[in-house]
Design a protein around this ligand. Structure first.
Ligand code: URA
Length: 263
């Protein structure tokens, strides 16, 4: 791997802010191959040089993968001049090349992968690769078998081409297990949302067009009242996370998603 400045190496690994790191290096708290480093601009090679901070080794991870349970009310962007972004929910994570994979609307909740693995982002988003994205949705009024058929055949949502075949499943009303496994959310929200007649559905698409699920239902003269992404390919939202919480992917999740490191 290519050489990096020592302060960038440590800031990428979220050890401290760049300015604090500069101080720490000058105070001799950072060593490279056992020798205290004095200059933040010193070049190190990840995987070859051993970098320690106050005796603790900091191993460089070239690629990073985070799962965020996106809450409603934040925008899917790296920065925004006015609005809170999904990146603001990972305050201790300082790496500057991370970005969210695919966009969830401001009011959409659920699984969001954040990574600096560009090849993976491309593979997950490109319609050519047919990666399934599964959503739980609550729809105003009644969703019918005709809607399921129309989703399967492809819908005209105002784009140049019809949507690719999608799977629409109507979740049985009152089937707590099905609803819970699809939604697994706090009961309070659930009660508020079920105050008016709604259909609960699961939708599987292999594309990621702008407002796709909402526009697919609009094409059927229906409105999405609530939307939550449950999974993306092999990656499933960890329901032990609370809304707004995040964690690193496990090695198993990363391997399943990236094909065990193969490009
Ligand atoms: N489809 C939508 O309409 N919105 C989202 O946030 C994701 C998929």
């Amino acid at each position: 791997m290519k050489q990096l400045r020592l302060d960038k190496y440590l800031s990428d690994m979220s050890v401290e802010t760049r300015s604090r790191l500069k101080q720490m290096i000058r105070y001799g708290q950072v060593s490279v191959n056992g020798v205290p480093a004095r200059k933040p601009e010193m070049k190190v090679t990840p995987g070859e040089d051993t970098v320690t901070v106050r005796g603790e080794e900091i191993v460089y991870r070239e690629r990073e993968y985070y799962m965020l349970y996106k809450p409603a009310g934040v925008v899917t962007a790296v920065t925004d001049r006015k609005e809170k972004t999904v990146m603001d929910l990972l305050p201790g994570v300082r790496r500057s090349d991370l970005s969210p994979v695919g966009r969830l609307d401001r009011d959409t909740e659920g699984l969001l992968l954040i990574t600096n693995d560009g090849a993976l982002s491309h593979r997950l988003l490109s319609p050519k690769h047919h990666v399934e994205k599964v959503y739980y949705a609550e729809i105003e009024g009644e969703v019918t078998e005709e809607d399921c058929l129309a989703f399967r055949e492809g819908l005209d949502i105002g784009d140049e081409t019809l949507t690719l075949p999608a799977k629409l499943e109507i979740l049985p009303d009152g089937d707590e297990a099905a609803v819970k496994s699809a939604q697994a959310d706090d009961a309070e929200d659930c009660e508020i949302r079920s105050a008016e007649p709604k259909s609960r559905v699961k939708v599987t698409v292999t594309e990621g067009r702008f407002h796709q699920i909402k526009r697919m239902f609009e094409a059927r003269q229906k409105r999405v009242a609530y939307l939550k992404r449950l999974s993306m390919g092999s990656l499933v939202l960890d329901e032990s996370l609370k809304k707004g919480e995040w964690r690193r992917l496990t090695p198993e999740e990363t391997a399943a998603l990236t094909g065990g490191g193969k490009e």
